[in-house]
Design a binder for this molecule. Structure first.
Ligand SMILES: Cc1cc2nc3c(=O)[nH]c(=O)nc-3n(C[C@H](O)[C@H](O)[C@H](O)COP(=O)(O)OP(=O)(O)OC[C@H]3O[C@@H](n4cnc5c(N)ncnc54)[C@H](O)[C@@H]3O)c2cc1C
Length: 371
């Protein structure tokens, strides 16, 4: 009798313990999922701690969380999204790469080029000052270092150097791979645009495995270094060995495509070239006016906008957008009819007749659905 009561108590106890453990695990798993979801899409409030103007168009911002503390960790090469509020409309969103890397970040650093007439960069240029609050989405993006060790060749055009600077910080901190050579090519028009020059020179003096190659295409008489335009041959000729080297490119869209094609022509396998193109979209010079019909909603005239997305926004049509560079797919619409040109290749598979508004330019009247 006593033994069966005892057995009953033990079975009940073990059962309760098992249920409690399962529930705990479920809760922990749920929290993990919730945290992950929240961490990628929940806006964060930050404050500008400092600003540095490098040239008349290039400036740096240091952000800290409102109320202090730590910011979400990220991988070098990733970007955050600035949400700029607009009265009565969804916020304007633009991505900015994190220009410095820390394991447990208390600050995010950005390097921004002001684009004349641009919705967000111009606003930040005019109004971002220490103490200004900003809403951002936490870091994300797939332009990150793919392997540890081995030769890494970082190639930046203009402000495209920002994600590469964060990668450089990671690589030079990587004590597990002390022998791996890191090259950084930074191509700019004017020497003043070498906004991290002093830091890179300092790194080169301290790390024998780091080779810094600034190249200025429109130098003034006082520039003592390399001049001209960067191309694939100049890059490959400067390397001690190309076998197994990985190439990371970031520049405006045109330069990124040109360098990628050059490197591929020189025999670098495409799967060792990683790139991110940003900026460089300009209003279309096509004078024609095309009518864009949104099925069941409205129609508007499209003329001289950089992309279909700019046209939609100017017509007051709310469209989801995040990266505005063909990476996230948020702005996909269906082109039921009409011609268009891809300005940037999409980074994901698309369904039949699906296009990305941020990457396409209408070439005729168009009918769109699912906007
Ligand atoms: C992953 C990623 C990382 C990035 N990182 C950085 C970074 O580190 N630093 C950086 O500086 N940039 C970065 N960018 C680029 C940045 O996101 C913006 O694209 C850039 O700042 C320009 O945005 P904007 O709002 O100022 O210009 P936009 O408003 O997009 O305008 C672009 C051009 O189009 C014209 N235009 C705009 N609207 C219209 C319209 N309705 N009709 C006609 N013409 C129009 C403008 O005059 C301008 O010439 C990154 C982009 C991506 C995708």
């Amino acid at each position: 009798m006593f033994l069966s009561i005892l057995a009953g108590i033990v079975v009940f106890g073990l059962g309760t313990l098992a249920l409690w453990l399962c529930d705990g695990l479920r809760l922990a798993w749920h929290c993990r999922i919730t945290r992950n979801r929240a961490s990628s899409t929940t806006p964060l409030q930050v404050v500008i701690e400092s600003r540095e103007d490098y040239t008349a168009d290039l400036f740096g911002l240091v952000l800290r969380p409102l109320g202090g503390g730590q910011l979400p960790a990220f991988q070098a090469g990733q970007y955050l999204t600035v949400n700029l509020p607009r009265a009565g409309l969804p916020p304007s969103r633009r991505c900015y790469s994190l220009a410095a890397w820390q394991t447990q970040p208390r600050h995010y650093q950005l390097g921004i080029r002001r684009v004349a007439g641009g919705g967000v960069s111009e606003h930040l240029y005019q109004f971002a000052q220490p103490g200004t609050r900003l809403e951002i989405l936490p870091p994300r993006g797939g332009f990150t270092l793919q392997t540890s060790g081995g030769v890494k060749v970082l190639i930046g055009g203009g402000i495209g150097v920002t994600p590469l600077r964060a990668m450089l910080h990671t690589l030079l901190n990587d004590r597990d791979n002390p022998g791996s050579t890191v090259y950084l090519f930074h191509a700019v028009r004017h020497a003043e645009e070498l906004c991290y020059h002093a830091e890179f020179i300092g790194f080169q003096n301290r790390h024998s495995r780091f080779r810094y190659r600034p190249i200025v295409s429109r130098p003034n008489a006082s520039w003592p270094g390399e001049t001209g335009r960067l191309n694939g041959k100049r890059i490959v000729d400067a390397l001690d060995a190309v076998a197994n080297a990985e190439f990371y490119l970031c520049a405006n869209i045109e330069m990124t495509a040109m360098l990628r094609a050059d490197l591929t022509d020189l025999g670098i396998p495409p799967d060792r070239i990683f790139s991110e193109g940003f900026g460089g979209l300009v209003p279309s010079t096509d004078d024609a006016v095309y009518q864009i019909n949104i099925v069941g909603k409205t129609a508007f005239d499209f003329q001289g906008r950089p992309t279909l997305m700019h046209g939609l926004e100017s017509a007051g049509i709310a469209i989801d957008s995040d990266c505005r560079a063909g990476h996230c797919g948020a702005c996909r619409v269906i082109a039921d009819s009409g011609d268009y040109r891809w300005l940037l290749p999409p980074s994901m598979a698309l369904g039949e007749r699906e296009i990305l508004a941020c990457c396409t330019l209408p070439l005729s009247d168009m009918t769109l659905s699912r906007v």
